[in-house]
Design a binder for this molecule. Structure first.
Ligand code: OGA
Ligand code: MN
Length: 294
């Protein structure tokens, strides 16, 4: 089989054919996919009925896996999946949709806000790899924004103004925006804000991108309301239709994205239906800015 990548929009998101993710890949195949990620930032694969172990093995081609701790309010005893897999479903440990007012569900609704995975960690994620094991027919799309194109489209004055800005990211801020503030002291400590540059440079392509997420709560040195208004403005800019790819899921689609140069969100769907989505996350290898001492 030969891998082919077809652009889904002229510059952003590609559809991959000619690869079977249930089997080990050759190093040449991995190199082709990495190059595809550097170019398209989002890659879509169809008909990949992987097991959790196969998804893990595929993900390890691109680096070490990020562990899920610190990213959720779900306790270990309630976890449906292994520690290397983020449960992005709407299900409890018995495979039943969570009740409407279950705090795990309410917390997970934060995925409907534009974000980049693990920007709330000191070393944020490289790739996310999301497998649609059971998908829904109405809503539940995943939308992606090309933060390289969004950066390129800024005017020169804005680029100069933001070049060295540093933001604080935390799950406290994204969940707070939705009015979810019911957190224990332990959870608050776990979600302590981290610092990230607002402008990132991709380590392979050298392209700059806007590093935005709903996890941002402040810009260092700025009054908070001014920072939040500005971040909101930049987010509106970055999520205009010309920068987007919207993925409509079919069962066993696999979508992988580069968190260093994209944002994403899931759209609303009927949460009484089973939506079983499983994510592996390839860890990043560096901070974007020095962190404060703990
Ligand atoms: C994720 C995520 C959106 C979705 O996996 O990181 O935000 O479509 N998922 O479930
Ligand atoms: Mn996400």
């Amino acid at each position: 089989m030969t891998i082919d990548i077809r652009p889904l929009t002229p510059e952003f998101a590609g559809e991959v054919s000619g690869v079977d993710l249930t089997h080990p890949l050759t190093s040449a195949e991995v190199a082709t996919l990495e190059a595809g990620m550097d170019r398209f930032a989002v890659l879509v694969y169809h008909r990949q009925a992987v097991t959790d172990e196969q998804q893990k093995a595929f993900s390890l081609n691109f680096g070490a896996l990020e562990q899920i701790e610190g990213g959720n309010v779900t306790q270990a005893k309630d976890q449906r999946l292994g520690a290397f897999m983020a449960d992005v479903s709407n299900l409890d440990v018995n495979h039943k949709p969570l009740a409407r007012d279950d705090r795990r569900r309410m917390f997970n609704l934060g995925n409907q806000l534009w974000h980049s995975d693990s920007s709330f960690r000191a070393i944020p994620a490289k790739y996310s790899i999301l497998s649609g094991r059971i998908t829904v027919d109405n809503g539940g799309r995943t939308e992606f924004a090309d933060m390289r194109a969004a950066y390129d489209a800024l005017d020169a004055a804005t680029k100069a103004e933001i070049e060295d800005l540093i933001c604080e990211h935390s799950l406290l801020y994204s969940r707070g925006t939705l009015g979810f503030t019911d957190l224990s002291d332990g959870e608050r400590a776990m979600f302590k804000p981290v610092r990230q540059r607002l402008v990132r440079t991709h380590p392979v392509t050298g392209r700059k991108s806007l590093y935005l997420a709903s996890h941002i709560g402040s810009i260092i040195g700025w009054p908070v309301p001014e920072a939040r208004a500005f971040i909101r403005d930049l987010t509106e800019h970055a999520t205009q239709p010309q920068f987007l790819y919207k993925h409509v899921w079919k069962q066993y689609d696999m979508v992988m994205w580069d968190n260093r140069s994209t944002m994403h969100r899931v759209t609303r769907f009927d949460d009484t239906q089973v939506r079983d989505m499983r994510r592996t996350t390839v860890a990043g290898d560096s901070v974007t800015v020095e962190q404060l001492a703990a």
